[in-house]
Design a protein around this ligand. Structure first.
Ligand code: PLP
Length: 441
């Protein structure tokens, strides 16, 4: 797995690019997305499973889906779609967007679409239409209503069952609200033979936690028992979909090939003990596909000495940029990106909104280390790995806290070996913001 972060001559490089040079070239506040990181992530996980399949002699397929919910950027989904084996959708709107991507690439029409989430009629009707139009689509039933609705259509639509496993969750986290209960699963298993629906998938979602092998396999087995049961009843059950939550390549150290081998060996073992065929595996990768592709870069624009350590205020909002960190406690990598060869001093970071929660420092240490320079406004700060869920949670093209403008948005990628740099959006203007608010300026 490619190492993304490097320090050279007092400057931080990301994906081979000097971040402070990019900040000076484009101005701040700035968001840069390196689309090729998405491609690299997808291909390297697929490679790890392909190698593991060879060494474990696993005859099933490994199917990599992009979980669109992690980032609805058109370029991000398109980059993922080209290299992945298909898309995973979580709403009616997501499916409509995905179908547009399939229309753009008719050669990829056979790539899989897996539809998750609770489904209202507009979502179900769009699934039915996509199936009738020849798309390779699986509806993962999350609620019995969806099953009854689809059954009435009398078509050979492929369905999966989302397994509700409350034991997946830490005791302090509220119950899983997704999936089918045991009696509902049994009802469908007994009833589906009387319908034209084709049961082909057993699905669960490994909610994200730092990867711990024991916990992972405990949850995996709880769901896999349903695969065994369903497969014994129906030869059509050929996929086991273990959702998202793929471990992240923290510092490039996670060994994906061993991870893949342990999953494949485990499945072979369980299947041989139970005398059932091994499944093809589906993996729905949101954060893993998208997180590391994006960085935000801010400049220090002032200091205030109102606390234990001086506040260094950046030209945007940390609170807006990192909703997952503020709402869910998700750890994020926040670092100075220049003057790294200078002595470091203890400080705290603040965003430029009026919000007293718009601050950042290491909670354990109580401070943030920043280069000690004569003019603090020479310092730039990088938020590294903001490509997943931040956009979905804070919205794009809207009006934000203190009406701060959205960052200039740049993408960088290679096409036929040529580097392309595109400004996707300039810094939001006051006219853009007033327009959204319907205010005459
Ligand atoms: C059903 C399902 N699949 C996949 C994902 C993507 O998970 P991650 O971003 O951890 O890969 C989610 C996330 O909520 C999910 O609910």
């Amino acid at each position: 797995m490619k190492q993304l972060v490097e320090e050279k001559d007092g400057k931080l490089y990301y994906n081979g690019y000097c971040l402070v040079d990019l900040a000076k070239k484009f101005g701040t506040p700035l968001t840069i997305t390196f689309l090729d990181i998405i491609k690299e992530r997808i291909l390297s996980l697929k490679d790890a499973f392909e190698n593991a399949k060879k060494t474990t002699d696993y005859k099933g397929d490994f199917i990599y889906l992009n979980a669109n919910k992690a980032n609805y950027g058109k370029d991000e989904i398109e980059s993922a779609f080209i290299f992945a084996d298909g898309l995973e959708t979580s709403s009616f709107y997501d499916l409509v967007l995905s179908l547009k991507m399939y229309e753009k690439y008719p050669l990829f029409k056979d790539k899989l679409i897996v539809c998750n989430g609770l489904k209202q009629d507009n979502y179900l009707d769009t699934i039915i239409k996509a199936h009738n139009d020849g798309y390779n689509i699986i509806t993962v039933i999350d609620d019995i209503y969806e099953y009854e609705y689809l059954k009435k259509e009398n078509i050979d639509l492929k369905i999966g069952l989302r397994i509700h496993l409350s034991s997946l969750y830490e005791p302090e986290v509220p119950d899983d609200r997704f999936g089918l209960m045991e009696d509902e699963i049994n009802y469908i298993l007994n009833d589906v033979k009387n319908t034209k629906l084709v049961l082909d998938t057993i699905h669960y979602h490994q909610r994200g936690f730092d990867y711990e092998e024991d916990k992972f396999f405990k949850n995996f087995d709880l769901a896999f028992n349903y695969y065994i049961k369903a497969r014994k009843m129906y030869d059509s059950v050929i996929y086991f979909d273990f959702g998202g939550g793929t471990p992240l390549p923290i510092d490039g150290e996670f060994d994906y090939e061993s991870y893949a081998k342990s999953i494949l060996n485990h499945i072979k073992d369980v299947c041989s003990k139970n005398n059932v065929e091994i499944p093809n595996l589906i993996s729905e990768n949101g954060k893993y596909s998208q997180k590391d592709s994006t960085v935000n870069i801010y400049k220090v624009v002032g200091t205030k000495n109102t606390g234990k350590y001086p506040w260094h205020i950046v030209d945007s909002s940390l609170l807006i940029a990192l909703p997952e960190m503020y709402a869910l406690g998700e750890p994020m990598l926040i670092k100075p990106i220049n003057n790294l060869d200078k002595k470091m001093v203890k400080a705290r970071l603040a965003g430029i909104t009026c919000d007293c929660d718009d601050v950042y420092f290491d909670k354990n240490k109580g401070y943030f280390e920043i280069p000690d320079v004569d003019d603090p406004e020479d310092n730039y700060i990088g938020l590294l790995g903001t490509g997943s869920y931040q956009n979905s949670m804070n919205g794009k093209g809207g009006v934000h806290h203190c009406m701060l403008p959205e960052e200039k948005d740049v993408i960088i990628f290679f096409k036929n070996g040529v580097e392309l740099v595109k400004v996707r959006k300039e810094l939001q203007t006051i006219e853009d913001i007033y327009g959204l608010l319907n205010i005459k300026h």
